[in-house]
Design a protein around this ligand. Structure first.
Ligand SMILES: [Zn+2]
Length: 167
């Protein structure tokens, strides 16, 4: 059963790539556990990568071409996930970006491989709030709250005021 679901899984259009990949990954792990139990050969990461790639839509055809140009010893699952998440973030950020993915400008893709794509970092900051002050636009590492006495500063002074008010 597991082997069937692993090889028949299709991507739900509404589902984001990261959850789709996570689902496939889980099936893959479960399946390999089953295979180990029955003393059969387990599936390699390459098969999982292949499944991930083949369940992506047509809009990823260019990405698949680029992926094929990577030497097979470098075609690691982590790299694949990282690339797909980067594309997804970029995709959500603007329609221009999906045009970029669709047209698959190889030069730009290679540039992104070297440095972190700035745009998606900024977008991610807009999407995920700071752990300290829960505001978007920066992350905890660069939180302005840190400079004025740490993460508890606001909470402490609020409590202090509340205590005084009760007196
Ligand atoms: Zn903050």
């Amino acid at each position: 059963m597991l082997i069937e679901s692993f090889f028949c899984v299709k991507r739900d259009e509404k589902e984001d790539i990261s959850s789709h990949v996570a689902k496939l990954q889980k099936l893959f792990v479960d399946l390999n556990e089953e295979l180990t139990k029955h003393k059969e050969n387990t599936l390699s990461e390459r098969i999982l990568n292949g499944r991930i790639l083949s369940t992506l839509g047509k809009e990823f055809d260019n990405f698949k071409d680029i992926w094929d140009t990577i030497p097979s010893e470098n075609q690691k699952l982590n790299l694949l996930i990282e690339k797909l998440c980067t594309i997804e973030l970029r995709d959500q950020s603007s329609t221009e970006a999906s045009a970029f993915v669709a047209s698959g400008k190889r030069k730009q893709f290679k540039k992104d491989k070297l440095g972190k794509p700035k745009l998606s970092m900024e977008r991610a900051k807009q999407k995920f709030p700071c752990n300290k002050c829960k505001q978007v636009g920066h992350w905890a590492a660069e939180c302005p709250q840190k400079k004025i006495g740490g993460s508890n500063y606001q909470a402490k002074s609020k409590n202090f005021r509340a205590i005084n008010a009760n007196k």
